[in-house]
Design a protein around this ligand. Structure first.
Ligand SMILES: C[S@@+](CC[C@H](N)C(=O)[O-])C[C@H]1O[C@@H](n2cnc3c(N)ncnc32)[C@H](O)[C@@H]1O
Length: 253
């Protein structure tokens, strides 16, 4: 009876105040998002956008194709995709054109995270904000996978990610689906490869996420505005250097 009452109170609270998980995202969005920007890979979990702020949704597929790719997701929960593009390259988005870029639970799906981060900062205007959240592997189905070393990310960036693609699929199926037989792992990986299934190519805990961002901070020119552990994820807000800071770093170089 007491448990029933607790459940009713929880549900009422959610109805009146919103989902607690999204309350923090909504508060961060209110503080940092201004103007107009894009969210890449929002799928069924778009960040709550404050009033007066405009967002376009980018994905690699149209909404009907996403529904085929993710048959368990109810259609009503998926955002309408405004721009079909590869979020790692954003070739249809002009340089310095966005006030913000949101990438939640997307960077781990990229094959070249260092290149993808470069893309996000390319399309941000000086002073624009990258709103990035990532799952911490310790709390997900990736728990048994080894952390992706920074050297691997640099190799994927410099030599192209194709060389490590199959190994990522095999590691993913073994961990996420608990397969142990090498032939079964190969078959399942083949299946995902054929369908170009979007997996977690690379995985991190909080420390290596910070390590990756520090490793590219000077290359892309940004400051940390916020780092927040939030349940199974870590949320980062990074601000691209303004014209003044960019001028200063050019002089220093
Ligand atoms: C795990 S979902 C993230 C959903 C949501 N942002 C969240 O926080 O739960 C990953 C999304 O990224 C999209 N995606 C994966 N690779 C992509 C790429 N190269 N370009 C654009 N979108 C991509 C997928 O189609 C999917 O919508």
């Amino acid at each position: 009876m007491r448990e029933f009452a607790r459940r009713v109170v929880r549900r009422l609270g959610r109805l009146l105040l919103g989902d607690p998980f999204w309350r923090l995202h909504a508060a961060i969005a209110r503080e940092y998002l201004r103007g107009r920007g894009i969210e890449v890979g929002a799928l069924h979990n778009p960040v709550p956008i404050p009033r007066g702020v405009r967002v376009s949704y980018v994905d690699r597929m149209s909404k009907p194709d996403l529904l085929t790719h993710y048959p368990d997701l109810p259609a009503r929960r998926l955002v309408e995709v405004d721009i079909i593009d590869d979020g790692e390259r954003l070739t249809t988005v002009a340089d310095a054109s966005q006030d913000f870029v949101i990438v939640n639970h997307f960077l781990e799906h990229t094959q070249d995270p260092i290149g993808a981060l470069g893309t996000f900062f390319r399309v941000l205007r000086p002073g624009g904000v990258l709103y990035l959240s990532l799952p911490d592997k310790r709390y997900t189905f990736d728990a048994s996978r080894p952390v992706t070393p920074l050297a691997h990310l640099w190799a994927d960036h410099e030599h192209g990610p194709a060389r490590s693609r199959r190994a990522h699929y095999e590691e993913f199926v073994a961990a996420a689906e608990g397969l142990t037989d090498p032939a079964a792992i190969r078959d399942r990986a083949d299946h995902y490869l054929r369908h170009d299934y979007s997996i977690h190519f690379h995985v991190w805990t909080q420390a290596e996420m910070v390590g990756l961002l520090l490793a590219v901070r000077d290359r892309y020119g940004f400051d940390f505005e916020l780092v927040r552990k939030h349940g199974h994820e870590v949320i980062f807000v990074l601000r691209k250097h303004g014209a003044e800071e960019m001028g200063r770093s050019r002089i220093a170089a």
